[in-house]
Design a protein around this ligand. Structure first.
Ligand SMILES: [Zn+2]
Ligand SMILES: [Zn+2]
Length: 236
């Protein structure tokens, strides 16, 4: 199965970058929508994405750098399913309805397509306020791939949630925003160790992870460190 990185802070040559994250799984499930619609659609076109093939959108959490492209997409694809956490803002849910998206408030490990599910809401916090978030969980021949938006509930907490649900399955890789900008390298090292202890083989921290924290992961994971950038296609 493949995952195409549609939007990220860094981009391959010829692709647009911007603050936020978006990734298309198996050409049909869009996870997050970045910040800025023009870049999203431009990058999708360059990756030869057929927008009509997208079956549903999963939004990790209610932050502008993950929901920015959603409204334009819903205008073009009326009736598209949007999987969001129950704890998202009223304003978000109303806006989805206004542009004729189909709002689905997720339950734990709800399936959105064959072998593709959400974790469902995990409680998180951002600047002292509640910020519930969900990750995407994809089962492939390699094991489980976990894709995160910002990881406001904590990346260890999110991976552990998946591990608790599937204790006998291998977590092959985890990528997306890990939100570790405020962590010093020692604290990041503890997180790296905790993730390794859960048997995660590959990691691709990006977006709000922070450059310094990314370096700690890169040093520890070596060849199993994945650089994420818009325009990249990953085997998952
Ligand atoms: Zn973010
Ligand atoms: Zn965020």
């Amino acid at each position: 199965m493949k995952a195409q990185i549609i939007y990220d802070n860094i981009a391959r040559k010829g692709f647009r970058s911007g603050w936020g994250f978006s990734c298309l799984v198996d050409e049909k499930i869009l996870f997050d929508t970045g910040e800025e619609p023009v870049s999203i659609f431009d990058n999708m076109q360059k990756l030869n994405v057929d927008i009509d093939k997208i079956k549903a959108v999963v939004i990790s959490h209610d932050h502008w750098d993950h929901t920015g492209g959603l409204w334009e997409l819903l205008k073009r694809r009326k009736g598209l399913k949007v999987y969001a956490c129950p704890g998202f803002s009223r304003a978000f849910k109303d806006k989805v309805n206004q542009v004729q998206g189909v709002m689905i408030e997720t339950e734990p490990y709800q399936e959105v397509d064959q072998n593709i599910a959400v974790t469902g809401q995990i409680e998180g916090e951002y600047k002292g306020a509640d910020m519930p978030e969900q990750a995407l969980v994809v089962k492939t021949e390699h094991g489980i791939t976990v894709i995160t938006g910002c990881s406001h509930p904590g990346i260890v907490n999110m991976v552990k949630n998946v591990k608790d649900r599937f204790p006998r399955s291998k977590i092959y890789q985890v990528f997306g925003g890990f939100h570790l900008m405020d962590h010093d390298p020692r604290a990041v090292q503890q997180i790296v160790t905790a993730i390794k202890d859960m048997g995660v083989e590959k990691v691709g921290p990006t977006h709000c992870t922070g450059h310094k924290a990314e370096k700690v992961f890169e040093k520890d994971f070596g060849n199993n460190y994945i650089t994420i950038e818009a325009g990249k296609v990953l085997d998952i």
